[in-house]
Every structure is written in structure tokens, then in C-alpha cells.
Design a protein around this ligand. Structure first.
Ligand code: UD1
Length: 343
């Protein structure tokens, strides 16, 4: 019998890649998504890749009655992987309540509903943003968390605190929070990837949209940081590697291998690249010159953020192995194909 896993936000960027990895590892997947920032066509594309179309419930997680109802008919769910959340940093600064309501009410509703079923095997989609501006690099899980700059980031930090509090009173619960560094890239088929609505906030989609002619030019936010070329350094990780880490975390959880009932893991490669290095690599793999200019710093950006990912290697038996060139090549392939197949 296949084990049944609930994936919230399974039509989204990281969610859809994780659904593919779960199906390829013989799990049965049920997706809950409100399609607020994703597209139901993704389900067909998941089927093209895996041969399986996952069960889908269009449901707003803020509606607890609806969530409870979905779980009532799926009592045999063994675990939940919770991706569903808003993620635009700038929007969260402008509309904090929207973010606190959406990201935290959804989390609480799914936890309450799952508790009623008597099992809390839960994997949470967190972010390196919980480290704020780190005092020590590379960042281990021992680094102090700080209040993140944005309400979006703060929803991740508060969510982790909620999970930790819950783990203290529910000895039976097994929860894992995965702290992503900078996910980029897309599935090698070019069938699923990130499709930001409106103007992208993040570097990679902004680069590919500029190269394809949707944006005039990329703004590089500052070249006066204390880094070798003056532009900020991040730990970019291929979304397909990231997806695989969720399967490993799930197996650890279901095989009762957790050492504490709330665990956190960094998911990064351990390598840092600057914005200019990303641009240079993009130009190399796409054979295109990118139109960009250096402008002032963006509010809230930190100079350097990269992981020590050894804990995930030891405990999840997972290691990112895709190169920066593979990440950028797949992002570019996706940009060129995406608009024809999802819109
Ligand atoms: C951002 C969020 C982080 C979130 C993550 C999700 C902030 C401060 N942080 O991380 O909370 O978890 O996205 O993916 O927003 N850059 C440019 N020009 C652009 C866009 C970005 O120069 O048009 C630079 C940024 O200054 C940064 C680097 O590219 O140095 C990466 O930026 P981005 O992709 O937005 O990721 P983060 O800011 O690291």
C-alpha cells in the first residue's frame, strides 16, 4: 500500500517539484491548493512527468471547515508537507495583516485539523530568512534566529515557534522545519517551474524575464557590500535537489528516526555566489548578453547568506548535487517554454 501524503500548495513552485519527487518515490499525493498563486494546469504537467495525476482539492486553508472536511475523507493521510503561503517580501511589508492572516491562520488550521485525526507528522516549508543578518558564516542550525526584516519572513519565524510549542505538548508529534536558502531552477522537462505573477521580486526570474524581453533591464541592488565584487552573496539551490530533501525528511519522519519531535534543517549547497557571478553564468549558458545596471541597495538585503548543510547530509542522508550551471540552464529553459504551456 502506498503511503498517503497531503501536500498543501502542491501546485506552486517548490510544491509541484516535491509532488513529482514524492510520486517517483511511490507515495500517493493529495494536493490542497487555492490556486491564488498557481495554476491547475500544473497537475497535467505533473502527470506528463510522472504518469500520475495527483488528487486535487481546491481549498482555501483559511476556511477551517473546508480543511476539516478534506481531512475527514482522507483519514489515512500519514503526513502533511505544508507549502501553502504567500511569499512576496515587498507585498508583505505593504500588507502585513494579509501575510500574518494568510500564512499563520492557514498553518494553525491545518495543524488543528490534523490533530483531530490523531497524527501530526508535519514538514514545514521555512526559509533562511529566519536567521536575519547572520553574525557567523556559514550558517548552521545553531545560529541564533533573529526577527526577520519583513512580515513574510516573520511568518516563517513565528510558524517555527508555533511548531516548537506544539511539539512540547504533543509527544507523539513529529515535525521538521526545512530552511531553504535560495531556490532557483526548474524541472529538466521544462514542464514545471516558477511562474511569478506580476513583476518578479527574486533575482532569477527577473533575469530570465529580462533576457526574454518581458522586462527592459535588471537592476542590481548595490555593489558596495563587503563581498569580493561588492554584490551580495547567496546560496542558490536547485529546486529539484530541494524537492528530494522533502522526501528524505518524510522518510526520516515516517520511519520514526527523528531525534527530537521538532527538528530544523538547512537546505542549501554550502556555496555562495554573488549577483554578478549569477549574471555572468546566465550569460554563458544562454549565450545572451543581459541588460543590467547597478542601482542602490534594496531595503532588508544582507551582504552574505550561505549554509552549512552538513546536518541535512548526516541526518537526512541528502546532499544537493546540481551545479549552478544546471540551475540556471533549467531556469532559462523553463522561461522559454513556460508561457506556452501554462497560460
Ligand atoms: C528573498 C527574501 C527571502 C525569501 C526569498 C525567497 C528579501 C530580503 N529576502 O531572498 O526572505 O525567503 O527571497 O525566495 O527579499 N537582486 C537584484 N536584483 C533583483 C532581484 C534581486 O540585484 O531584481 C539581488 C538581491 O539584492 C540579492 C540577490 O539578488 O542580493 C538575491 O535576491 P532574491 O532572489 O530576491 O533573494 P533573497 O533576497 O536572498
Amino acid at each position: 500500500m502506498k503511503k498517503k501524503v497531503l501536500v498543501t500548495g502542491g501546485c506552486g513552485y517548490i510544491g509541484s517539484h516535491t509532488v513529482v519527487a514524492l510520486i517517483q518515490n511511490n507515495f500517493e499525493v493529495i494536493i490542497i491548493d487555492d490556486l491564488s498563486n498557481s495554476n491547475a494546469q500544473t497537475l497535467n504537467n505533473i502527470k506528463k512527468i510522472t504518469g500520475v495525476k495527483p488528487t486535487f482539492c481546491e481549498c482555501d486553508l483559511k476556511d477551517i471547515h473546508h480543511v476539516k472536511n478534506v481531512l475527514k475523507y482522507n483519514k489515512d493521510i500519514e503526513a502533511t508537507i505544508h507549502f501553502a503561503a504567500y511569499k512576496a517580501v515587498g507585498e508583505s511589508v505593504a500588507q502585513p495583516l494579509l501575510y500574518y492572516q494568510n500564512n499563520l491562520v492557514s498553518l494553525i488550521n491545518i495543524l488543528i485539523s490534523q490533530l483531530e485525526l490523531g497524527n501530526i507528522n508535519f514538514i514545514f516549508s521555512s526559509s533562511a530568512t529566519v536567521y536575519g543578518n547572520p553574525k557567523k558564516l556559514p550558517i548552521t542550525e545553531e545560529n541564533q534566529t533573529e526577527r526577520p526584516f519583513s512580515p513574510y519572513g516573520n511568518t516563517k519565524k513565528i510558524a517555527e515557534e508555533i511548531l516548537e510549542d506544539l511539539s512540547k505538548v504533543n509527544a507523539e508529534s513529529n515535525m521538521i522545519s526545512l530552511r531553504y536558502f535560495n531556490p532557483i531552477g526548474a524541472h529538466e522537462s521544462g514542464l514545471i517551474g516558477e511562474l511569478p505573477t506580476g513583476i518578479p521580486n527574486n533575482l532569477m526570474p527577473y533575469i530570465t524575464q529580462t533576457a526574454i524581453g518581458l522586462r527592459e533591464k535588471l537592476s542590481v541592488y548595490g555593489n558596495d557590500y563587503p563581498t569580493p565584487d561588492g554584490t551580495p552573496i547567496r546560496d542558490y539551490i536547485h529546486v529539484v535537489d530541494l524537492a528530494k530533501a522533502h522526501v528524505k525528511a518524510l522518510k526520516r519522519q515516517l520511519q520514526q528516526k527523528q531525534e527530537k519531535n521538532f527538528e530544523t534543517f538547512n537546505l542549501g549547497t554550502g556555496n555562495g555566489y554573488s549577483v554578478l557571478e549569477i549574471i555572468k553564468t546566465f550569460e554563458k549558458v544562454s549565450n545572451k548578453k543581459l541588460n543590467y545596471e547597478i542601482v542602490g541597495r534594496r531595503n532588508g538585503d544582507v551582504p552574505s547568506l550561505y549554509a552549512n548543510a552538513k546536518l541535512a547530509e548526516q541526518k537526512l542522508l541528502w546532499k544537493a548535487n546540481k551545479s549552478l550551471e544546471e540551475m540556471i540552464t533549467s531556469s532559462w529553459l523553463w522561461e522559454q517554454k513556460a508561457r506556452h504551456q501554462t497560460l
